[in-house]
Design a binder for this molecule. Structure first.
Ligand SMILES: CC(C)(COP(=O)(O)OP(=O)(O)OC[C@H]1O[C@@H](n2cnc3c(N)ncnc32)[C@H](O)[C@@H]1OP(=O)(O)O)[C@@H](O)C(=O)NCCC(=O)NCCS
Length: 140
């Protein structure tokens, strides 16, 4: 199930010298959305370990409203893989665009920064985000 992690507007400080949104801004919002999704699933610390291909399909403009959705697609032993989608709505035309999407992998870590099993960290209501997933969180 998709989770709306962020909805906001593009401001002038988010723009590159060409006048469209800076790619790093879009990527940071996607990473932030993934980190928010992780907190819906587990209680504890987690870090980004991997991001797969990012393709920017359309430019994002000043004033556009954007939404960043997260969906858990895989639960590993210590990792959670999420599909993150960055969509925008043009302020004037209200036309929606799929700006980009990518898979983000986060790893649960302990206080020493080492990977730990996420099984014991799952929130009681995490199942709503995990329906239909193959769990790899056996007691190993
Ligand atoms: C994340 C980190 C703790 C992982 O440590 P590690 O010793 O490499 O971990 P492991 O090899 O045991 O892998 C841990 C999990 O990450 C997954 N993983 C590691 N590298 C991966 C990659 N390139 N792609 C996909 N998954 C990956 C493994 O499959 C494993 O998942 P699983 O337990 O669910 O099967 C360590 O690499 C790290 O601290 N990286 C820096 C993180 C960071 O600073 N991120 C940016 C800021 S949040």
């Amino acid at each position: 199930m998709r989770y709306l992690a962020i909805r906001d507007r593009v401001y002038p400080t988010d723009l590159n010298p060409n006048g469209t949104a800076f790619g790093g801004f879009i990527m940071s919002q996607m990473d932030k959305a993934a980190s928010i999704m992780v907190e819906e699933v587990i209680v504890g610390k987690a870090v980004t370990v991997f991001v797969d291909k990012l393709h920017f399909n359309y430019p994002l403009h000043n004033g556009d409203i954007y939404s960043v959705y997260a969906e858990v697609v895989k639960l590993g032993h210590t990792s959670i893989t999420m599909h993150i989608t960055f969509e925008s709505k043009c302020g004037l035309s209200k036309v929606c665009y799929n700006i980009c999407d990518a898979n983000f992998v986060f790893v649960a870590i302990n206080d020493k920064g080492k990977p730990i099993s996420i099984k014991a960290l799952l929130r009681p209501d995490a199942h709503q985000w995990l329906e239909g997933l193959e769990h790899e969180t056996a007691d190993t």
